[in-house]
Design a protein around this ligand. Sequence first.
Ligand SMILES: *Cc1c(COP(=O)(O)O)cnc(C)c1O
Length: 482
Amino acid sequence: MATDPSAQKSFHMEPEEFRKHGYEVVDWLTGYYKRIESYPVLSQMHPGELRSYLPDKPPQQGEPFEAILGDVEKLILHGVTHWQSPNFFAFFPSNASGPAILGDLLSSGLGVQGMLWATSPACTELETHVLDWLVPALGLPEKFLSTSSGGGVIQDTASSSTLCAVLAARERATNFRSNQRGIAEKLCAYTSNQAHSSIEKAIKIAGIGSENLRLIETDENFAMNPEALAAAIEKDRADGLTPFFVCATVGTTSSNAIDPVPQIGEVCREHGLWLHVDAAMSGTAALCPEFRHIHKGVEHADSYCFNPHKWMFTSFDCDCFYVADRRALIQTLSVLPEYLRNKATESGAVIDYRDWHIPLGRRFRSLKLWFVLRHYGIEGLQFHIREHIRLAQEFASWVEKDARFELAVRPPLNLVCFRLKSGDNANQKLMDALNNSGDLYLTHTRLHDRFTLRMCVGQTNTTERHVEKAWRRIQEETSRLM
Ligand SMILES: *Cc1c(COP(=O)(O)O)cnc(C)c1O
């Protein structure tokens, strides 16, 4: 007896079920955002707690969607730190927004894998186009445009972009021999002692060796000292080493320091070194003409990255990486096996982004970035960035007026580094009390070898009310402790 194909058994979610549950998830998220301030910002979950709630084995039989979504509310949420809470002031933000979430949902739904132009032309061309849009919008040099010698690509993180920059720099410095034979030269790289840990990680992964990364001293504002950089390069040269790479930071993670990129760029040009500029969070500020000075000197850079997933309302993950000479990057990373050969690639008329980063496969990330840019417009983005900076500066002025506190540095943008004058212990206690209260979440760093609180105003939904409340809570807890 022939089987009726329409009666074939299936465990898949049927289209109408998908529609129903899809609306339920959007409803759930909408409700979550409405009540997000009622949760403790920092998850109060103990180690191992979530796992103790979960069954030892996966279900043998499928479960109703209601049960799954119900457990998100009942179990998962308790272990979530609410990065999207307007009372989140910790680290740097990792912002979501309505248009980004919906763009990401569409990307999931289309389920495109865009490793080659040919595997989905729109995935490649939208990405190239949106990254070109951002070049003038951020005041970046024209050489980063795809229509010139360079171009931009979306990577998962700044860490990955930095690794690609190090690899391309390594190959350029060794005439593309290291890829074939391994590294024969004794290469060395430079960044400031305030640079992000991802630089050291990239140097380790790239086979340079962390001992060959020089951490250049910084000035009173924690920005790299370009004379010290030049001296270190000259010393290494004299010692028979091969300097090849410098990473400058626009907005360090610890204190938001902005390295003097024009002077660093001069040094790099003089010595023929690859200059990478890491503007992970702060690059976004350059959307506003009055803050565009942070990109002064970027015309010297061989590569540059910033994270729309930090401060540009584009859900994690989305890092924009630009290079001035795309051939160097592609020549470094390109491997073309037979099964990826196709006419479009051979024609040379298309970009195949698989050659622009470490992984082969890639998501359609530009959709969410495109949604964000079209929803807000440059004007909308500028408005919110300005607000965050204004609120951070206002917060800093309140700190200055309270004699118990001091600013560790003058805040250049939206990160305020401050502390109680009464010592490390008091600052640690204050931070713990605030974070345990669940009312807000902030983190710390060490500046001038002292425990320093960091208050970053950059969450999508943070407004004046939240910053005022944060300062009130800081003052209350301080009075209780002292
Ligand atoms: C956050 C940050 C990074 C790392 O960002 P990822 O995208 O998570 O890799 C690198 N550099 C700076 C200056 C940062 O603030």
